[in-house]
Design a protein around this ligand. Sequence first.
Ligand SMILES: Cc1cc2nc3c(=O)[nH]c(=O)nc-3n(C[C@H](O)[C@H](O)[C@H](O)COP(=O)(O)OP(=O)(O)OC[C@H]3O[C@@H](n4cnc5c(N)ncnc54)[C@H](O)[C@@H]3O)c2cc1C
Length: 438
Amino acid sequence: MSRSRIVIVGAGFAGYRAARCLSRQARGRADITLLNPTDYFLYLPLLPQVAAGVLEPRRTTVSLAGTLPHVRHVLGEADGVDLERHVVRYADLEGGSGELPYDRLVLAVGSVNKLLPIPGVAEHAHGFRGLPEALYLRDHVTRQIELAAAADDPAMCTARCTFVVVGAGYTGTEVAAQGAMLTDALVRDNPLRKGIRPRWLLLDIAPRVLPEMDERMSQSADRVLRKRGVDVRPGTSVKEATADGVLLDSGEFVDTRSLIWCVGVRPDPLMEGLHRPLERGRLVVDQFLNVPGHPEVFACGDAAAVPDPNHPDRAAPMTAQHAWRQGKTAARNVAASLGHGTRVPYRHRDLGFTVDLGGALGVANPFGVTLSGPLAGAITRGYHLAAMPGNRVRVAADWLLDAVLPRQGVQLGLVRSGSVPLESASPELARVPGGPSD
Ligand SMILES: Cc1cc2nc3c(=O)[nH]c(=O)nc-3n(C[C@H](O)[C@H](O)[C@H](O)COP(=O)(O)OP(=O)(O)OC[C@H]3O[C@@H](n4cnc5c(N)ncnc54)[C@H](O)[C@@H]3O)c2cc1C
């Protein structure tokens, strides 16, 4: 390899793994550049625990400079790729711009919030995609409980301590499950009027929670949620959102100041600008993660429609597990394209899925065995610790502290509502209002 230029766009599950593998395989023989808007990899599955005050925000991050020493980092966001000139254009974080020429390109930009064309949602809902949203939600929930405790009007008190989560995939389910525990903790210090208690609603157009998972996992999660007081509403969608509440398709109006939007994701819009074939917004690639007609371009993770060898009729789902493994395959095939090793098709063995429901409970199906309760909770946390590429001790320490100490119920006010808007709607990708999610 004679110092080829490899550019990786996006340092999430797929891009981070590709950079890590390539830094071992191609060290000294290629210049590896990683373009990403943050200086960290974000372990997204633990974000609901940041919102619930279980984990401090930095715990879910892994420093790029600290863990990828042989990779050059460029802080910025790609805003175009010139496939003919082999150049990535980007905007940096200080208003400047630049270009990164490449011999090999790995596109791993992930996905963004999916907004459906429902009146009022863009203005009144908050998404859940990154640390700013998680920090905003943690403060917002705390503030609503504090305002509810101080409210003279019982109707206002009820509205302020009602929280509506739309989308009962793994994100929405975890947000509602963990959120209910947070508000229970908050009202211990901020007692509400007699007869009023925090209320969480979890809506999805699908007939059950965790609609894309095993039915037994779904039933167990449903049981835990209901036992915790979450009002689970399958087969329900939102018709309109206003500043005062949410109109459901049943005609019921729910007074609330909190609408949390977890209705799935869509691939990053950068993919549309490539003018290459897309499948539901994801860039079409072959089984080697190569973009057809461009042997020098690879794509992986949520942004790519990677053929699923176990289900030939569809692309691999948008999950961290797939993105992480695809990052490794992309790295191997990039190295092979430069004359090192042989390329391999993307293959995977399903290890199962885990959902953390808070309070040591969870649901999981490791190797196809469905589990629930504390055992599943322990497996879920063990899985996350094993899967995180760094910061494990700090995460474990936070879990320990949360088990023995009361949660801190304070607002830091670091993220304002205006800085965490939902993405604009994409009608061609829009799904049925209300889900299913993730
Ligand atoms: C709250 C939440 C919880 C989740 N929980 C689970 C779970 O429990 N289990 C599971 O399997 N999956 C889970 N997922 C889904 C999983 O996180 C994604 O499938 C996975 O992150 C996809 O990996 P990726 O590398 O494609 O994208 P990401 O991990 O999203 O990484 C994309 C990276 O690209 C960067 N980027 C974006 N646009 C640009 C650009 N234009 N230029 C440069 N960089 C760019 C982003 O900043 C980011 O760093 C969850 C997702 C969320 C949002």
